[in-house]
Design a protein around this ligand. Sequence first.
Ligand code: NAG
Ligand code: NAG
Length: 296
Amino acid sequence: MTKCWQPLTFATIGFLIGLIYKEFESQFQVFAAQPVSDPSSYISSTKTDLVDVVSDVMQLGFPSYDTVRVRKSYVLGYDRRNKIPNWVCENLTPDLIRHNPNVTRRKTEYFEDESIHPYFRATLADYRGSGYDRGHLAPSGDHKRSQEMMNDTFVLSNMAPQVGVGFNQDAWNDLEIHVRRLVPKYKSVFVCSGPLFLPRRMNATRTKEGRKFVTYEVIGENNVAVPTHFYKILACETDGNLFDMEAYIMPNQYIAKSKPLTDFMVSQEAIERAAGLLFFNQLKKSDFRTINGKTS
Ligand SMILES: *[C@@H]1O[C@H](CO)[C@@H](O)[C@H](O)[C@H]1NC(C)=O
Ligand SMILES: *[C@@H]1O[C@H](CO)[C@@H](O)[C@H](O)[C@H]1NC(C)=O
């Protein structure tokens, strides 16, 4: 069984299930079920057998499909348990971010994402009085081509609770501005941003390392999760079809103005392992010209 046969099969099964359940999203879920390591051991049956298993076992419905939402000028993957996005991807071009004087933040309003089931939907009330900002993952400042596009970045499924002063309004905003300044230097800049929940060691002593825990606050009736960190990863497309890569992890806390952005640079792998996501996996290592400013 060849490797290329497999994605095709899953695509086909995904498509069939999509038809059976009339759920557009299901195609993504079946892709997600594909094991990355040694898939050959997993697939020992024929295409038809797999479809049979799915239509038999899952006839009462899937507990989830990967929740992907295509917005007007960006795409997000939603985390239904935490009520925030897992990842938000943009492809920034000079045309998209160019300042149009008719487009303004003053004409925008935060709104709830009605396409998310009410159990998993963050609400305006969840954020109210929480002390946290509704932090955009696709920044409104990146989507100035039309008022419609800017408006569309104010959907709560594009938000996560962020510390306001020192983070959302400062260090994270500086990172967003840095990204926009890169855009005119490239054909386009692919950006993915999202939350992280990183473990910390507790009760460490001189002789003991301490055990690791992930702890985070939740806000509102719906327990919207407050991430411990945020990541941003960029693939900047050069004229030669090579890419300059930059990757950052920042803690969701007050960050002193004096700290340079370069202090937060990390490897792509560090984000991927912590997030459980793979970024830009259509690119090969040899497609990267630089990584975090260093020739690769
Ligand atoms: C802004 O709006 C004015 C009046 O509607 C229009 O004439 C102008 O072309 C618009 N500018 C841009 C950049 O869309
Ligand atoms: C943008 O959102 C505001 C506030 O909800 C609304 O009044 C306005 O009509 C929207 N504009 C566009 C172009 O969608």
